[in-house]
Design a binder for this molecule. Sequence first.
Ligand SMILES: Nc1ncnc2c1ncn2[C@@H]1O[C@H](COP(=O)(O)OP(=O)(O)O)[C@@H](O)[C@H]1O
Ligand SMILES: [Mg+2]
Length: 252
Amino acid sequence: MSGAGKRFGVLEVFRDINLEVGSREVLAIIGPSGCGKTTLLRCIDGLIPLTEGHIQIEGELIAAPREGVAMVFQHFGLLPWKTVFHNVAYGLKLAGASRAEVEETVPRFINLVGLSGFEHYYPYQISGGMQQRCGLARALAVGPRVLLMDEPFGAVDAQTREILQFELLRIWEARPTTMVFVTHAIDEAILMGDRVMVLKGRPSGVHEIVTVDLPRPRSRATLAHPRFAELREHVWGTLMDDARRAEFEVNR
Ligand SMILES: Nc1ncnc2c1ncn2[C@@H]1O[C@H](COP(=O)(O)OP(=O)(O)O)[C@@H](O)[C@H]1O
Ligand SMILES: [Mg+2]
């Protein structure tokens, strides 16, 4: 990604983002609400165009959604009139998979995310956590080389969130893919990322890129690592500077 900028009319969301994500690297992106995280992911996915600069994936310029890149949405993005099975099958069918491939692949991914037995349920019949498991299975089923995650656990309760974080780590260990993981939770960014990109400012830009030198595989033990606490304090300080200043201005 080089010189990436995006405007919506007069609103300049972000500017001059330069970044390279390595193969099988997990880049976590963190920044306050409204700083343009979702917009940036949608640009990477080719759903909307940048207004400046460009993004390449595997050496090719992104102008439209691309095979090998899958997105997991904050609000699950499931089709309410389709069952778990058919939601997971949806991406595969779009990618042109045969009926036999769909029949073989879908149960494997439903099983991987722990949803076996719920194949014939509709989204409204299952919990938020289960809906996001389904969203994850749908993204993984197409065998993506790049996974884009937009606050995937932002809409589930805290305990479910923790469970899903560790499950995602387990799934990633079994089959590492390049991942861009957007979150507004500092702990989650550090737990998931090989690097954490901190976005801030208006328009936002890259304030800092923090290397997360914590060993993999990551697990619950990672949270107790002294280095984890150091990194969290560091990122927290970076983000809170702004929040404090904003509060000060409001109170003046
Ligand atoms: N399609 C759009 N048209 C106009 N403004 C938009 C559009 N999408 C997002 N925005 C604006 O861009 C800014 C960044 O939004 P978003 O990327 O959703 O932030 P984040 O995901 O970091 O919370 C917000 O001010 C939002 O209102
Ligand atoms: Mg967002």
